[in-house]
Design a protein around this ligand. Structure first.
Ligand code: COA
Length: 162
C-alpha cells in the first residue's frame, strides 16, 4: 500500500490545496492530509476547526475515498514513519516556493532515509492563492467563494463578520 502524507498548516484549506490532494489521491493508495498542530504560525483556526473544515471540504470537492485527515505534532518524518508512509507530498506554486521546499525536502531526507518528497505543480487557477491572502481578503470583506470550498467561506464569514 503506497501512502502519501500531504502536510501543512491549512489555516484554512484552499481550493489550491484541495486540487493537490485530489491529484495525489490518484497517485497513491491512501493520502493523509496531515495538519500541523504546533507551528511557528499563530493560526486563525484551531487544530480541531482546521481538521473539521478539511473533512467537510474533501467531501464537498469530491477528493476521493482514499483521502483522510489527521493532526500531527513533532517532526513530520516521524509522523510519516508512524503511518508507514513512503512519501511527503508538497504543492509548488511558483519558482519562489522552490528554495524553501528544496531545503525542507533535503532536511527531511537527511532526518529519515526512505521517505521521499513528491512535488505536484499547483493548478494554474490556483497559483496566486495562499491561506494568508485568503484570510486577509476575507477579513476585509472580499468574496472568496471561488478560492475556497463552501465550508471555509462560511467559517471565514463567521470568524470575521459574526
Ligand atoms: N495552494 C494554495 N496555497 C498553497 C499551496 C497550494 N497548492 N501550497 C502551499 N500553499 C501556501 C499555504 O497556504 C501557506 O500559505 P500561508 O503562508 O499564507 O499560510 C504557504 O503556502 C505554505 O504553507 P504550507 O504548504 O501549508 O506549509 P506550511 O509552511 O504551513 O507547513 C509543514 C509546513 C507543517 C509541513 C512543516 O513546517 C513541517 O513539516 N512541520 C513539522 C516540523 C518538522 O518536521 N520540521 C522539520 C521540517 S521543516
Amino acid at each position: 500500500m503506497r501512502i502519501g502524507v500531504y502536510a501543512g498548516t491549512f489555516d484554512p484549506i484552499t481550493n489550491g490545496h484541495l486540487d493537490i490532494a485530489k491529484r495525489a489521491a490518484s497517485l497513491f493508495d491512501k493520502v493523509i492530509i496531515a495538519v500541523a498542530e504546533d507551528n511557528y504560525k499563530q493560526p486563525l483556526f484551531s487544530i480541531e476547526e482546521r481538521c473539521d473544515l478539511i473533512r467537510t471540504a474533501i467531501v464537498e470537492k469530491n477528493c476521493g475515498d482514499n483521502v483522510v485527515v489527521d493532526a500531527f505534532s513533532g517532526l513530520l518524518v516521524d509522523y510519516c514513519a508512524s503511518q508507514n508512509a513512503c512519501s511527503i507530498i508538497r504543492g509548488l506554486r511558483a519558482i519562489s516556493d522552490f528554495d524553501q521546499e528544496f531545503q525542507m525536502a533535503l532536511l527531511n531526507r537527511s532526518l529519515k532515509q526512505g521517505i521521499d518528497t513528491v512535488f505536484l505543480m499547483s493548478g494554474s487557477r490556483y497559483l496566486f492563492i495562499s491561506s494568508s491572502i485568503i484570510r486577509k481578503s476575507a477579513m476585509l470583506g472580499a468574496n472568496v467563494d471561488d478560492l475556497v470550498p463552501p465550508c471555509v467561506s462560511k467559517a471565514l464569514q463567521r470568524k470575521y463578520h459574526g
